[in-house]
Design a protein around this ligand. Sequence first.
Ligand code: ZN
Length: 86
Amino acid sequence: MGVDMCVRIQRSLTNVTEPWSPRERTIRIPATLDADRALIAVRAVLHELAVPQPQFGAVCWCGDTVEIPARVPFQRRASEVMARGA
Ligand SMILES: [Zn+2]
C-alpha cells in the first residue's frame, strides 16, 4: 500500500469511534450526516492529518478534491419523514 494512495471516505451505518483508519486510509463518517456536516467532519479529520484544506470543499493529501458519498438513502425512514412534517 503506497503512500500516494488517496484518502477514501466511507459512510458508516454504525457508530463512528475512530473516524480515521490509517491502515485503510479511510475516513469514516456517520451515514446520516448531511452534506454540510459531512464536509465539516471530513475537513476536520484531514486537518488533523496535517493536510491543508482550501476555503471550500475538502482535498486529499495529493491535492485532489475529495468526493464525499451522499447520505445513505435507506436512512430516510419514517422518523425522518415525520420530523420534516407533511
Ligand atoms: Zn489523493
